[in-house]
Ligand binder design. Structure first.
Ligand SMILES: [Zn+2]
Length: 355
């Protein structure tokens, strides 16, 4: 089973377990209602015997002693009634049941309480406007949670709606920040573009997002927002530092089958996740030649229509200097990739000094 299949199965099991819990809770509520009002269950039982009686008569069959025994002394008179009397008894018993149920506030159309999800009545699917079965929101929510858990995304509230206003200066300072607009306006544009990038997995959409900027200007945060946005749409997301990514695509020896299986599962997940986020390219050793594999990984993923997000303190020129033209050209390719540069003051420093 691949990691993706495991996540899906986990979500399906979780939904099934929530549905079972809802069923048990419903039955317990019904039971306690019945206990609270014994006359209701008695009336329901009585109605059952009346209907059995009517059925047997309609078919011309004698009522067996077993049924009479179960019905007990209290209901024995039912079996002696005439047809006319039986029908009257049925009417009055039905009326009694309705009255008792109304008093209980039970079964008065509150059908939804039987279910974990009222929308799909626990089928897990709903029909879309074209009559095609689609996974219900109840399943998609659980699935998105499982994707998030498996993604490695840090804990946090990552909203791609707008950049945190207090973290980007609102005043433009070209000399300081190197751009003519304010850092906040620049970040706002970056968030809009990142949202477009993360929300569109269709053909022709951009596959590579490069987020650059100095230390502490919120690159990781923006990358995590993009990951959260995709996970919420039930896309498989992997978030990782550069070194673990390089480790997971490196050929190596194994001491056991378990070790090999774990490696292959991880490698497959990194290669086939809908969105792979590689945080902080440039922190690994520059002499590391493994980045050739990184280029192959990016090319493979792009070719298969999967998205990759990379953050780095390096700009394109430095990427070219440090890693060479081949990697830099992937980021510079306007057709497949999008490049965002964040500017501002060091957020970590701002937080520390409280400014
Ligand atoms: Zn549902």
């Amino acid at each position: 089973m691949t990691r993706k299949e495991k996540i899906l199965t986990e979500a399906e099991n979780e939904l099934a377990s929530r549905v079972r819990t809802a069923q048990i809770a419903f039955r317990e509520r019904e039971l306690s209602k019945a206990k609270a009002r014994p006359e209701l269950s008695e009336a329901k039982a009585k109605l059952g015997y009346i209907e059995t009686c009517l059925d047997h008569r309609a078919l011309g069959i004698r009522i067996g002693s077993g049924i009479k025994e179960v019905a007990g002394e209290k209901n024995a008179y039912i079996f002696t009634l005439t047809q006319n009397e039986l029908e009257k008894e049925k009417e009055s018993t039905e009326a009694l049941i309705r009255k008792l149920e109304l008093e209980n506030g039970a079964s008065s159309g509150e059908d939804g309480e039987k279910y974990y999800c009222r929308i799909c009545k626990d089928k897990g699917y709903v029909k879309d406007e074209n009559g095609i079965d689609r996974r219900c929101i109840c399943f998609r929510k659980i699935f998105a949670e499982k994707i998030h858990e498996a993604s490695g995304l840090p804990e946090g509230n990552f909203e791609l709606t707008a950049p945190p206003a207090d973290l980007y200066p609102q005043i433009a300072d070209k000399e300081k920040y190197g751009i003519s607009e304010s850092p906040y306006d620049n970040a706002k544009k970056a968030y809009e573009l990142a949202k477009r990038f993360s929300g569109d997995f269709g053909p022709g959409s951009k596959k590579l997002l490069f987020i650059t900027g100095a230390v502490g200007v919120g690159k990781t945060y923006l990358a995590c927002c993009a990951g959260q946005f995709a996970a919420d749409k039930c896309m498989y997301v992997v978030y990782s530092g550069i070194s673990p990514v390089l480790d997971s695509i490196q050929n190596r020896f194994f001491n056991s089958d378990e070790e090999r299986e774990a490696y292959e599962e991880r490698r497959d997940f990194v290669e086939t996740a809908d969105m792979l986020i590689i945080d902080d390219l440039g922190v690994e050793s520059v002499t590391d030649k493994r980045y050739e594999r990184l280029i192959s990984l990016i090319d493979k993923r792009t070719g298969e229509g999967r998205k990759t997000v990379i953050t780095s303190n390096y700009g394109l020129t430095e990427i070219r200097d440090v890693y060479g033209e081949r990697l830099a050209s992937r980021f510079a390719d306007r057709k497949n990739s999008m490049s965002l540069r964040l500017v501002g003051d060091d957020i970590r420093l701002l937080k520390k000094t409280g400014k």
